[in-house]
Design a protein around this ligand. Structure first.
Ligand SMILES: Nc1nc2c(ncn2[C@@H]2O[C@H](COP(=O)(O)OP(=O)(O)O)[C@@H](O)[C@H]2O)c(=O)[nH]1
Ligand SMILES: [Mg+2]
Length: 254
């Protein structure tokens, strides 16, 4: 069987991970004529904008954990991540039966649950045994759009990359809501434009920001950042192209 491509969508709560998972999957099926598999790892996601082929809620449901263990939402989320570790074999039994060439993995609403708890790391490590794994880090630009925030996006994707040992594509979502999209997009797509914008950051932090950007460039970490809308579909082709390039570069497309 050809190598499968797993795309793991991470990002802060409300950035649009689930919406993007559905939109990117629909785009790939419609435009690339490829069947797409969907995996939901969020034990609290009752309504999803896609039909999951594998769903952790079959094993752990947030609302049941809250009720059974008398926990609030935050405690129950942490407990759910612990409980999910017990179902790893069952989960991977299901995952290993997926045949679609592209499988999109939607992660829990609260990013730190996937990023810092054992479940996220154990899951990703095991997923690498099934196919090629690429991360996507989604950011909501309506909450962060200053030049230094763009650097934060790049650094956050580096954190995900370091934690999981996979390539990570930073993505700016909700472009349909962006007023000053042009300036933001320029800073995202072009490092020299971002460097210019970072000159407006005062003092030591400005110098530090520029130094960080240079280091990222030296190590070729500062990749293109697609600006997309999971609602209108804008930019999804560019995101797919970047993902596909990474997949091809991993050298096994047979
Ligand atoms: N306008 C707009 N809203 C979006 C977009 N993507 C997601 N949303 C909205 O943002 C909110 C959070 O999205 P969701 O996918 O649940 O975020 P998640 O917590 O990261 O999975 C929902 O109300 C979505 O409808 C987008 O591209 N444009
Ligand atoms: Mg979600």
């Amino acid at each position: 069987m050809p190598l499968q491509h797993f795309v793991v969508i991470t990002g802060p709560a409300g950035s649009g991970k689930s919406t993007l998972a559905g939109a990117l999957g629909s785009w790939i099926s419609a435009k690339q004529f490829m069947p797409v598999g969907y995996v939901n790892l969020d034990p609290g996601a009752e309504d999803l904008p896609y039909e999951p082929d594998v769903n952790v809620r079959k094993y752990v449901k947030l609302e049941e954990v809250m009720r059974r263990e008398r926990l609030g939402p935050n405690g129950a989320l942490i407990r759910s991540a612990e409980l999910l570790l017990n179902f790893m074999d069952a989960l991977f039994d299901e995952l290993s039966r997926l045949k679609q060439p592209y499988v999109i993995v939607d992660t829990p609403g609260q990013m730190e649950l996937f990023l810092f708890r054992d479940f996220g790391l154990a899951f990703t490590e095991r997923l690498k045994e099934l196919g090629h794994v690429t991360g996507v880090l989604v950011l909501d630009p309506t909450l962060s759009h200053r030049p230094q925030d763009l650097l934060v996006l790049r650094l956050l994707s580096l954190v995900v990359q370091l934690r999981f040992g996979v390539d990570v594509v930073p993505v700016v979502n909700k472009s349909d809501l962006l007023q000053g999209v042009k300036q933001v997009a320029e800073g995202l797509l072009d490092c020299s434009a971002l460097r210019e914008q970072l000159k407006t950051v005062p003092g030591v932090l400005g110098d530090l920001s520029e130094r960080i950007l240079s280091t990222l460039e030296d190590f070729r970490v500062a990749t293109r950042v697609p600006v997309v809308s999971a609602v209108t579909g804008e930019g999804l082709e560019q995101l797919y192209d970047i993902l596909h390039e990474i997949f091809c570069a991993c050298g096994d497309l047979t």
